[in-house]
Design a protein around this ligand. Structure first.
Ligand code: ADP
Ligand code: GLC
Length: 478
């Protein structure tokens, strides 16, 4: 049985800040179901340690050399379903309140990668395939082929780009001080990315045996200067090894028929009553006016320019003049959060902003809302629209990346579709499609109901995409 090791900076059920954790928590289970022996390795952060340390088994403490630094790592594990999760403990690097955004992130995630390869060298873990995710693990393929070349059995390396906007760019001195390769790789241009800097993301793209990203459309988009984040030339060099495989969701934990967070569970047959009960419950919970008939629109998201939050803020006054209620759940920079706090005073009992990260509340919002907004400027895949459809909440999305690949636009003549879409990233087009969705909701409720059922029936599981990963692994192993 082929062994796959996922290496990432976050993954459920231990730590989540976004969709990467959903993927790292669910794709391994599906790959294991189709015959792979899968494990996952991530850091053991302080917040995880506080709540889950007692559930972990200690494997070993072993020395790790991070470029010119000598330190130690402690490895823990726990079986989740059929997948073994390994967690790497290090007081200095990971026992902090947050996860990312520290000045020494380059060193912290260099350590993570050395600790992973040392765990393989020490034979605590073995891997035929090393599946690396995002910039935090971007140096692994290169490290396998250089520093660890004669020290570990060489795995096939896959590198998955979840978001090209986060690249892990650091001063080039890190190559010698933390990675353990020559600074020459900066001077000859190989790893240089902007003056004075090297990029973890670039290393991953150049040295992995295959590069994937999380939707077909994004795989094409990133080859252009509009979406390439200055990495398009590097990506073009790997074009024949670049694949787009769309994400799925864990349909066991995201399942409206058994979801214990909900006021009432439901399936496609009971969706009307189920959603009505969940709408009433979420209106009561968040202090919105009890109104079964009003269209309830929601956003569950990081509140950043990627997610199109500025389009929503710029049109807020106009759209709140229409007959709808609005729930926003998320966090952003101080300015955005402060602006959004105003909506509760401006539109009392019609709009609410819950500032924070709240997993259970997210479940209840997906279940109670009629529509989910994702007017993203770019979206590698997007997990929220998949969850929304599965919970009978129609997504309103911009046609980009995975949003384009997963949401079928409503066609009022054929009544096909699973949501509403618009093409150009601007206020007018956003308002126009939102108005059209509202009109459909109020004037054509039969079609709306049909769309809800179609959305719920759409296959958003991993079954198809896991097979595509399997095929890719097979092709690259030959
Ligand atoms: P991204 O990874 O770019 O943030 P995705 O749509 O891929 O976007 O994934 C976001 C994931 O994080 C979804 O599972 C969504 O439900 C969840 N999420 C985002 N913000 C919050 C929040 N404030 N509270 C709870 N869950 C959230
Ligand atoms: C990133 C992307 C998002 C994607 C997620 C999981 O965070 O922004 O679009 O769904 O990764 O792949």
């Amino acid at each position: 049985m082929k062994k796959i090791l996922f290496a990432a900076s976050e993954g459920l059920p231990f730590v989540k800040t976004g969709g990467l954790a959903d993927v790292v928590g669910s794709l391994p289970q599906e790959l294991s179901a189709i015959g792979f022996d899968v494990s996952v390795i991530i850091p053991l952060y302080l917040k995880t340690a506080r709540t889950q340390h007692h559930t972990l088994t200690k494997i070993a403490t072993y020395p790790v050399i991070v470029g010119s630094l000598n330190t130690v790592a402690t490895l823990y594990s726990r079986l989740v379903g059929d997948v073994t999760y390994y967690l790497i403990e290090h007081a200095g690097y990971f026992e902090r309140e947050g996860y990312y955004g520290y000045p020494d992130d380059g060193e912290r995630f260099s350590f993570l990668q050395h600790a992973i390869l040392r765990a393989i060298e020490e034979k605590h873990i073995s891997a035929d395939v090393l599946h690396c995710h995002d910039w935090h693990t971007g140096f692994l393929p290169l490290l396998c082929k250089t520093v660890y070349l004669h020290r570990i059995p060489q795995p096939l390396t896959l590198y998955t780009i979840h978001n090209l906007a986060f690249q892990g760019n650091f001063p080039y001195g890190l190559l010698e001080s933390c990675i353990g390769v020559s600074n020459q790789m900066y001077f000859d241009g190989t790893l240089r990315f902007h003056e004075g800097m090297v990029s973890f993301m670039k290393a991953g793209i150049l040295y992995a045996d295959a590069v994937t990203t999380v939707s077909e459309t994004y795989a094409h988009e990133i080859l252009t200067s509009d979406f390439g984040e200055h990495m398009e030339d590097v990506l073009r060099m790997r074009k024949k090894d670049l694949y787009g495989i769309v994400n799925g969701i864990d349909v066991k934990s995201w399942n409206p028929t058994v979801d214990t967070a909900l006021a009432k569970s439901f399936d496609t047959r009971t969706v009307e009553k189920g959603k009505a009960a969940n709408k009433a419950a979420i209106q009561a919970e968040l202090g919105l006016r009890q109104d079964p008939g009003v269209m309830l629109v929601a956003m569950v998201s990081r509140l950043t320019p990627q997610k199109g939050i500025q389009i929503l803020m710029e049109t807020m006054h106009e759209i709140m003049g229409w007959d709808m209620q609005l729930i926003i759940l998320g966090t952003g920079d101080n300015w955005t959060e402060n602006e959004l706090r105003q909506i509760e005073y401006r539109y009392p009992r019609r709009a609410v902003f819950y500032c924070g990260y709240h997993e259970e509340l997210a479940h209840r919002i997906y279940a109670g809302a009629d529509m989910l907004l994702m007017p993203s400027a770019f979206e590698p895949c997007g997990i929220s629209q998949l969850i929304a459809m599965h919970y009978g909440t129609l997504p309103l999305v911009r046609e980009t990346g995975g949003l384009k690949d997963t949401v079928e636009p409503y066609n009022e003549f054929t009544t096909k579709g699973t949501g509403f879409t618009f093409t150009n990233f601007n206020r007018e087009d956003f308002k126009h499609i939102l108005k059209y969705a509202l009109d459909t909701y109020y004037r054509n409720p039969e079609n709306w109901k049909k769309l809800v059922k179609q959305a719920m029936k759409k296959d958003v599981s991993w079954s198809k995409s896991a097979k595509e990963y399997a095929k890719l692994i097979e092709r690259k192993t030959k």
